[in-house]
Ligand binder design. Structure first.
Ligand SMILES: [Zn+2]
Length: 271
């Protein structure tokens, strides 16, 4: 997310944006180099007239590079202004270590890192605590031995984002779901197991309207079915009431017009 005022942003917010700009910059740089080489190849082969479209894409990449650099400048300046803050990087290998700088002498120019921006500005002790045995001994020489023996709890920003997304999906699913008041599956006689609130409401409306039709047709003949529909409706009502911390009467009143509408629209003229 672009940062309007760096002076009020947290180190994590600033570094997260810098990391995003870094990636965009690297991509654009890659594109620039690739397309430039291709255009040069065409020129060398005497086909300069085919480079027009390439030229505009090269120009676009060049602009993106410039924009990334311009956007990063005030953020880098803020880092300097505050006298810097702690940063941490995780090497992207199995068993990769956490480092305080990508310039750590145990790393190589080709080493791939994930910038752990969520830890920017955090106490080094806390970073080491989370890193456990993944803490680089060169970068964090003072890490206590007992901490060094613990497994790493470090996650990359991508992993954290995925976990947050998963939790969000679970929350959305829970918001749509329905269970019996005691949390067990909502099982009905006529509609089987009901999973969602949407189905619960629809089934309730249908159950009462249809029970009314059966009553009209032949109450004695349909006695059992009518009883089951009424029973189901009560179960659903109790589940809805429990989910929303409302009373059964309240929900019955809310749904009554819908039952009536269903009856008028469908069942009343089935005869
Ligand atoms: Zn290191």
């Amino acid at each position: 997310m672009p940062i309007n005022d760096p002076t009020t942003a947290t180190p994590s917010e600033i570094d997260e944006e810098l990391a995003r700009l870094d990636i965009e910059h690297a991509k654009a740089n890659d594109t620039f180099n690739r397309l430039t080489a291709r255009a040069q190849g065409l020129v060398n082969d005497g086909m300069a007239e085919y480079t027009t479209e390439l030229r505009s894409r090269i120009e676009q990449a060049r602009q993106t590079i410039a924009e990334c650099e311009t956007a990063a400048r005030p953020l880098e300046a803020e880092f300097e202004r505050r006298g810097g803050w702690t940063r941490a990087w995780l090497v992207l290998n199995t068993g990769g270590h956490v480092h305080r700088t990508t310039a750590c002498r145990t790393c190589f120019p080709s080493t791939r890192f994930a910038w752990l921006t969520q830890l920017s500005g955090h106490d080094e002790a806390e970073i080491v605590e989370q890193a456990g045995k993944a803490a680089c001994t060169e970068c964090y020489p003072s890490a206590p031995v007992d901490v060094r023996n613990r497994p790493s709890r470090i996650k990359t920003p991508e992993q954290l984002a995925r976990e947050a997304e998963k939790a969000e999906r679970a929350k959305a699913k829970a918001a749509k779901a329905i269970t019996a008041p005691d949390g067990t599956p909502l099982r009905t006689k006529q509609y089987g197991q009901i999973e969602t609130e949407f189905t619960a409401r629809r089934s309730y409306i249908e159950a009462l309207s249809y029970a009314r039709l059966l009553t009209k047709r032949n109450v004695a003949f349909h006695r059992n079915a009518i009883a089951e529909y009424h029973e189901d409706a009560q179960l659903i009502l109790a589940a809805l009431a429990a989910k929303h911390s409302r009373t059964v009467d309240d929900l019955r009143a809310e749904l009554a017009p819908k039952v009536e509408a269903k009856w008028n629209r469908e069942h009343s003229n089935w005869g």
